[in-house]
Ligand binder design. Sequence first.
Ligand SMILES: [Zn+2]
Length: 101
Amino acid sequence: MNNKINFTKENYLEFNDFNDVMIQTFGIGCSLCYESQISFVLNGHPKPIGTLIKEQNKNLTDNEVENLVKKPIQDWQAFEDVNFEKQTPIFLCDECWNQMI
Ligand SMILES: [Zn+2]
């Protein structure tokens, strides 16, 4: 943790992804310590992928899931890249959150 990190408490929301799909499937983690337990996410983020799948409200084939998530994965990647440049963590675990606030 260093002072260069760009953090404003008000810019964060609770992170809720249905079935923790992004953590389980894509292996995302806290932007600062890489812990796979994420409690907060930077505002303005794309829709969490698990929630997106859940909202389809039907059983999707692997192929359908793949098509559905292709663009959102790119959106998340872009969101991550932009904020990485700005030294802004996009995911925070409880522990890092408590150290930042
Ligand atoms: Zn952390």
